[in-house]
Design a protein around this ligand. Sequence first.
Ligand SMILES: C[S@@+](CC[C@H](N)C(=O)[O-])C[C@H]1O[C@@H](n2cnc3c(N)ncnc32)[C@H](O)[C@@H]1O
Length: 203
Amino acid sequence: MTLALEDIIVASPDEGVVVDPMAWFAAPGPFELEVGCGKGGFLLSRAMANPDIRMLGIEWANKFYQFAADRMARRGITNVRLMRTDAKPFVMRHLPAECVSVLHLYHPDPWPKKRHHKRRLVQADFVEAAIRAMVCGGHWLVQSDHAEYFEQIAGLLSARRDLEAVAWEQSDGSPADDWKGTNYEIKYAREGRAIHRCAFRKR
Ligand SMILES: C[S@@+](CC[C@H](N)C(=O)[O-])C[C@H]1O[C@@H](n2cnc3c(N)ncnc32)[C@H](O)[C@@H]1O
């Protein structure tokens, strides 16, 4: 059954508003967040394989956001919502504490030039806010094709006493049988690029 775009899209919150993710769905349940979901390929496959979870994809590029929202509406996906916004202020100021059971961060923009590194999403302040938003026992999964940015992210997360590294396969966000790969993962794997992965659990 096709859905209306309005059933999928959630407006970016106004300044000062803390959202209630469960209010976006018909019934409460575990809530997962994908930051920078691009065209939504991963969101679609994970949501279809796991109807009991609720997912929000955040994407700031209008073209990708529209594509992903349209895709969910046409497929009648009821457990995904899409928001067009900048993930940094959203996670830092608009998400309540302890609401995210799995945080998916796949192929974040690496901003490879050194003078642009300050534009990278994953910095200490974002890490702090993301952990605050995770439930205890929740997972943060990271995947990247960019070795240096990956090392930086893995280093920031490894240094946190409130996180413990877990095996990717044992993290509840990536059961092997429903992992179809993200759009970038599929593209880069075809090119033979190495894909780096790590997973952490909030203590
Ligand atoms: C390299 S693509 C990866 C897309 C997808 N995760 C995948 O693996 O196929 C990075 C995506 O993150 C989005 N993005 C980057 N920074 C963002 C931010 N601060 N907030 C929301 N989206 C962001 C970009 O627009 C882009 O679509």
